[in-house]
Design a protein around this ligand. Structure first.
Ligand code: TMP
Length: 210
């Protein structure tokens, strides 16, 4: 059985990731005639979804940034072991709404736990697993936060203030610049169809259909 592929979508708040994950999954399953598993972080496995509740609710200063990174990594370990690895081994393609670049950007750079710290603990969750392709959906923070707020309730991260979200946007762009082979930055300010088209053409470039 040929191993499946792992694609991750990343970005700040309100960038439209979840919609694009769903669209990309249905496009890929039609185009490449493969089974696609859609999943998310924090979450994607029962224990990881329980940890998610601890992370997205409550006061913005509820956790020390290092503790927060450890919680994300604990959730990720469940997700990788119980969901991602089995799906890849069964030949499915996996599309995850966020993965370890979020821990690097949010906790490592924007919250200040440091990249060395998050990369060190991160290995406990992912071992040698790396996404085959990562998209970072990029949007000016005013647009992203307005979209997130228009959804009604805001989670803990959405309440972290503009300076935090500016740091976060820069963090994702820095991370992308250091791994240009794996990571593509996508302008998420266009229409839903425009953004979907950009993702699809990148996937086709990476994996041409014979
Ligand atoms: P979501 O809104 O994309 O579902 O994600 C929930 C929040 O979790 C989001 O605001 C970003 C945050 N997050 C981190 O801070 N670190 C991580 O490692 C992950 C996966 C998510």
């Amino acid at each position: 059985m040929k191993r499946g592929r792992l694609i991750t979508l990343e970005g700040g708040e309100g960038t439209g990731k979840s919609t694009q994950v769903r669209r990309l999954a249905s496009w890929i399953s039609g185009k490449y005639e493969v089974e696609v598993k859609v999943t998310r972080e924090p979450g994607g496995a029962p224990g990881a979804e329980a940890i998610r509740e601890l992370l997205i609710a409550g006061a913005t200063d509820r956790w020390d940034p290092g503790t927060e990174a450890l919680l994300h990594v604990a959730a990720r370990r469940e997700h990788v072991l119980r969901t991602i690895r089995p799906a890849l081994a069964a030949g499915r393609w996996v599309i995850s709404d966020r993965f370890f670049d979020s821990t690097r950007a949010y906790q490592g750079l924007a919250q200040g736990a440091g990249l060395e710290f998050v990369d060190g603990i991160g290995r406990l969750a992912i071992g040698t697993l790396r996404p085959d392709l990562t998209f970072i959906l990029d949007l000016p923070i005013g647009m992203g936060l307005a979209r997130a707020e228009s959804r009604g309730t805001t989670n803990r991260y959405e309440r972290m203030g503009e300076a935090f979200h500016e740091r976060l946007r820069r963090a994702f762009l820095t991370i992308a610049s250091e791994e240009a082979d794996r990571i593509r930055v996508v302008d998420a300010s266009g229409s839903e169809d425009d953004v979907a088209g950009l993702l699809e053409s990148e996937v086709l470039l990476r994996w041409p259909i014979p």
